[in-house]
Design a protein around this ligand. Sequence first.
Ligand code: FE2
Length: 436
Amino acid sequence: MAAVEQVQTDQTLPRLAALLPAGKARLDEWLACAALLERAGDNEAARTIQEALALARSRLAYMPPQMRSALLGQSQAPLDLIEILVGIGAPQVAIDLLQGLKRTCGDSADLYFQLGSAYAVLGDTKRSVASFEAALERDPAHADAHLRLGYLLSERGAIGEGFEHFMTRARIVSEAPRDNANAPLHKTRHDQEQRDHLSTLGVTESFHVGDGARIAGPVINPAHTEEAIIEKWRQASPQCVILDDFLTPEALEKLRGYCLDSTVWHRIYEAGYIGAIPADGFACPLLAQLAEEILERWPRIVGPHRFKYLGAFKYDSELSRGTNTHADLAAVNVNFYITPDEANLDPQSGGMAVWNATIDTEPLMRQLNGSETQMQAYIASRRAVVTKIPHRANRAVIFKSSLIHKTDDCEFTTGYANKRINISLLFGDYGASTRV
Ligand SMILES: [Fe+2]
């Protein structure tokens, strides 16, 4: 116990209390905290730590080596005991531990963040949201708390509020420089072309978002009522519906501008394309308005499902090899294209390919998504037939997410504004019924 004695002499309880929930304390510091609590007469809080450590040690076999050695005190690596407890399916033990620390040592943004994560695993969304908000009261720049609130609130239907947290998160993390030293050519080329584009607008800062404010009118073309498409949705096989002139002209133009002007394209895919996700700033109010309007406009087709995710993908005209064949982890996809038709060199292609076969369980979907060979064998075994949907500017495809699909081959002209962009919104849980 020499290490513990050492810690006890030069570290006080408040300092330890700040380290523990932040996941930055070593095993000897956890033990020192327990010893100090015991000495201070709070045997219950001390016992909570000891029992949590014992529980975590009983599951050593399931942990990666660095976690295991931190837990055994065999390394100087920090021991994120809360994360371990949540990870091994003991969120209530994590909560008891955090509540004990809060009672005896005071609270912090990190403590509330960990509490929010544990409540989320328990499925207690209300307490989870309240904990993340408490974390932000103590540290308004807690990027991870903004991120978690972004997901929780938008999935609960507070899409606009959730998206504000995504945007704040994006602004906070943009202050740290990104390492693009090993980025592939299609990414560096895009970024250079975007810098050139932005410099013509007089923009020089490294993080910039274009005008993505809500608009007064509808975002979706009023002609696309549920009545107009529901019969197709009921009868189509594969279950997908194509909508041309999807967005109103004002919404389309504004969204194109947002995609051109916003430095949010940080996801790199080796197959020659890049992506923009909410956490990096692809979550402007206009996109929140779109997600809300999709749920309202098609109450029977999309409405029963919660908003889940959205993302945009931008393809290099020369280096793109398209996506792998896959299904998406949702119930319904709304996928649409915004690049002008003049950029598409082959009007028969450039959209998506969709097979008339679904993958019915999530584990099988994950397995097949990870192996193109197995996916092709599955398609052959189901004797599935492919339908090609050509790219059109402002065309949307609504389809059942478990259908097998991929981005079709595409041939677009070069130039920054000509890159093929598709935007995908996902709603609901995998395997949920899409019959109406
Ligand atoms: Fe997809």
